[in-house]
Write a protein that binds this ligand. Structure first.
Ligand code: NAD
Length: 496
């Protein structure tokens, strides 16, 4: 276990929200505390919006969409997104401190997905705004002796409500705001109450260091999840883009149905890592076990079910346990740490509840299962491995969102595919084999939005990411992700 690191940079956030081109406190004057999950200390406070504040933000976004040329001036949007990219780059250390402080993210991860990658990804969205082909002519077509020219145009959907979770707060805020703005929409961003500053800081930087017109980007923070429902139910909002739990996704879909909004959902996962019997287990399994503990297992696409061939089952379980034994747990500011705290006391208790469930349903606890010694303060848990897990057991079916790996044996490739697909989720997966052909054959049969083959890395701004079944609707990133934020309009003209 790691010791506390003294002397890390100060975590300084932004208390105010961005609404209509100005920084505001809540109309009620209320604030709520932002708690550091590594120390349980209060970092500071954030405006605690009510429905009234949300209403103002929606009105501002609507006006900006209807009354400015934002949606049609592609070159201007590109410039604004380039400015945002450069400004965030200039504020990178401030953003890094906020992500470590409020999300408990390991510092090491801020050099990749938590901070540096989302800042770099803004270049991709700026380029997309300027270079995407928004119009496409179809061949002329004759109808009743008259020829017609046909044009298919893509244009912004309108006002987008973006609702994000706390696990990758800056990354997910940018993954929504980037393409939504690039496509010409105006945005109301509502971050999770656990990580408000990754959004309010983004709002302040956009206000002070870019030419974004007032109301194009708004940020509303609240301790009350239901303020999100004002956004998902309002007729002035054209689309909701959401990342979070499947339970909330269902509720958002239902609430958005009253106004038939376009709904884009990135939800939970329970992804399978299938290791075939010819695989080099010693190189594949420990790394994947470590991956399950990264950021305390708080990632939607982590492969949290390890599927092992019965012929090499115990060998695989031992390698997974050894991998978990090598995970440095502790202060997220320690650069060697990969597993920091759970984000809140509530999440910690929730994961402990699943561990208890695993025990009571008869799975074999191989390692972990409790709170690491010496880490009672902060919301820490031990890397935890369960073997001999029934594929139908609760811990094999439900998303735990903690450093918990379940191992399930399979008989042959056919059986592995069946178990991998026996899930309400369909977000991601992995297959490892000495034969790429065999691995690919299994990967093609796994019904999920992404699959890593022999350790391949799919995560990138140009790769569409999303889920089958109850893992979501639509795709984030890539051209497919950009087009989620566009409507399609067909026009036709008589040809001469
Ligand atoms: P959550 O669903 O509890 O909350 C997510 C966001 O929704 C927060 O901003 C919250 O305030 C808001 N919200 C809650 N209830 C709402 C309602 N009724 N109407 C509108 N907004 C509402 O999720 P969480 O606990 O913050 O995040 C963890 C979940 O996110 C996990 O299930 C994880 O798998 C999922 N996740 C998915 C992806 C993905 O890309 N598929 C990525 C990261 C996280």
């Amino acid at each position: 276990m790691s010791d506390t690191v003294a002397g890390h940079p100060e975590v300084r956030g932004e208390e105010r929200m961005l609404i209509g081109g100005e920084l505001h406190g809540a109309l009620s004057g209320k604030t709520f505390p932002n708690v550091d999950p590594a120390t349980e200390e209060v970092l500071g406070s954030t405006a605690d919006a009510s429905g009234e504040d949300m209403d103002r933000a929606i009105a501002a976004a609507r006006r900006a969409f209807d009354e400015t040329s934002w949606s049609t001036d592609h070159a201007f949007r590109r410039r604004c997104l380039e400015q945002l990219q450069q400004a965030m780059e200039a504020h990178k250390e401030e953003l890094r401190a906020v992500v470590v402080g409020e999300a408990g993210s390991p510092l090491a991860m801020t050099y990749a997905v938590q901070v540096e990658e989302p800042i770099a990804d803004l270049t991709y969205w700026a380029d997309m705004a300027g270079s995407y082909s928004y119009e496409r002519w179809l061949p002329e077509r004759e109808v009743f002796g008259q020829r017609h020219r046909r044009l298919v145009a893509r244009e912004a959907v309108g006002v987008v409500g973006a609702i994000t979770p706390w696990n990758y707060p800056l990354y997910l805020n940018v993954a929504k705001v980037g393409p939504a703005l690039a496509a010409g929409n105006t945005v109301v961003l509502k971050p999770a109450p656990d990580t408000p500053w990754s959004a309010t800081l983004l709002g302040r930087i956009a206000l002070e260091e870019t030419d974004l017109p007032p109301g194009v980007l708004n940020v509303v923070t609240s301790s009350d999840h239901l303020v999100g429902e004002v956004l998902t139910g309002d007729p002035r909002v054209d689309m909701v883009t959401f990342t979070g739990s499947t339970a909330t996704g269902r509720r958002i879909m239902a609430n958005a149905s009253a106004t038939v909004k376009k709904v884009f959902l990135e939800l939970g996962g329970k992804s399978a890592n299938v290791v075939l019997d010819d695989a080099d287990m010693a190189s594949a399994i420990p790394m994947s076990a470590i991956g399950v503990c990264t950021h305390a297992g708080q990632g939607c696409a982590i492969t949290t079910r390890l599927l092992l061939p019965r012929s090499r089952y115990e060998e695989g379980v031992e390698l997974a346990a050894a991998g978990m034994g090598n995970v440095a747990v502790g202060d997220p500011w320690d650069p060697s740490v990969l597993q920091g705290p759970q984000v809140s006391a509530r999440q910690k208790e929730r994961v402990l509840g699943y561990i208890e469930k695993g025990r009571s349903e008869g799975a074999r606890l191989v390692t972990g299962g409790g709170v690491p010694s010496g880490l009672d303060r902060g919301f820490y848990l031990e890397p935890t491995l369960f073997a001999d897990v029934d594929p139908k057991a609760t811990i094999a079916q439900e998303e735990i969102f903690g450093p918990v790996l379940v191992v399930i044996p399979f008989e042959d490739d056919e059986d592995a595919v069946r178990i991998a697909n026996d899930s309400a989720y369909g977000l991601s997966g992995a297959v490892t084999s000495a034969s790429e052909e065999r691995a690919l054959a299994v990967a093609r049969r796994i019904r999920t939005g992404t699959v890593s083959v022999n350790g391949g890395m799919w995560f990138a701004p140009d790769v569409p990411f999303g889920g089958y079944r109850q893992s979501g609707v639509g795709r984030e990133n890539g051209v497919e992700g950009f087009e989620e934020y566009l409507e399609v309009k067909a026009m036709a003209f008589p040809a001469g």
